[in-house]
Design a binder for this molecule. Sequence first.
Ligand SMILES: [Fe+2]
Ligand SMILES: [Fe+2]
Length: 440
Amino acid sequence: MWFKKKTVEINKDYFTESWINEWKESINSSDSYHRDGSEWNAPLILKIDPIPKILDVQNAIGFYLNLQYGKCMELRYAKSADVDRSDLVLSADEQTWIRMIEEKKDPTMMIMKGKLKLEKGSLVTLSTHRKAAKSLLNTAPVYSDSPSVERIKANLKEPPSVRKEHTGFVTTKKGLDFDSFPMQLFQKAKKFGIWNPSDINFSVDREQWKSLNKEERTILIHLSSLFMAGEEAVTLDLLPLIQTISKEGRIEEEIFLTSFLWEEAKHTEFFSRFVAEVMIERPDFESFHGVFYKKLFYQKLPFYLNALFTDTSPLAQLKASGTYNMIVEGTLAETGYEAYHTMLRENDLLPGLQKGITLLKQDESRHIAYGLFLINRLLADNPELKNPFEDHLEELLNDATNIIHEIFEPYDVVPFGLEKEWFLDYAIRQFQLRMNKLGV
Ligand SMILES: [Fe+2]
Ligand SMILES: [Fe+2]
């Protein structure tokens, strides 16, 4: 048959009536789905497009699942008319669905990677039920006796040996590669990254601060507390990566990285200046650091970066850069700038802070570009690391979305009209944008 694999047992095919019944039973007897799906109450359709023969015979477009708080009340072939009464419609071709089932993929991640289409419903809602969606798919019966792609174990390569002496120099042997991407970034850094935080005039900001109401000040203090610690963390934690690149003798990359660290140091200075010169009060900034924020910035970021002191394998480098460049810079910081932008520019407020953020954002775009370059270089040389790298990103993206939920939690009405859903969606789109530039 069209989808049958050599390893599939006779009379046991995907998407048959008996497969559907088996799946329903499996959902209802799964402890993990019962737990992960306990807050998910959604009729949904998993659509197969183009429609394969087995569904065509049934006049069906996919499967209709009526999920109620950790149980499946109904699972059957879906008809076109079911679309109206479903909150979510996810669509992919049959091979993608089989792959997702066999490899136990995360549906939210598959959407971000453009492999699965969200035809109806919101990505934000799905991402809040992300664990449930993954758990649900995990319960689907797998018929292949040897799954097509069993997770390839991360084949860690020996780290390059530590250099004890120089045997020659790039500059004197073949010359610097001025056309290389890191050198191009370095040219940009020397042009656009030379702004001075001490030159920024905060006098208007200081006056305007006095006229803000308590709620407006609170949200600005809140966001600034996340950026103050965030910039300090990325300044403190970058060094092991620079050291790793240096040990590998990648001089062009190291040249760029000198500007990277310098810029992070200036960002740390910038936020501290803003706070010292503009805010009348010196609030308890750390009281705004929630559980999920601390998990990422106090623990995971230093953990994955400092791991490079003892393990410089490609996977360790991927995990470090994925955490630093993809999640902290590429997803969270970008979303944070957008929050400032929404509050300040649209209300014509705090011009000094606005100016600094515009300059800082330019620096960050180079940092993220370098991170994507590094990740692509590592994956091109070690394609077997794609899966473990994706798993790592999945876990961290979850942390990132939890941080956004956590930020909005204390506010019944968020000042300046900020909306949680909009920012969650923005963060996911930022992540998606970076993913599209990776060879994964
Ligand atoms: Fe920064
Ligand atoms: Fe940065």
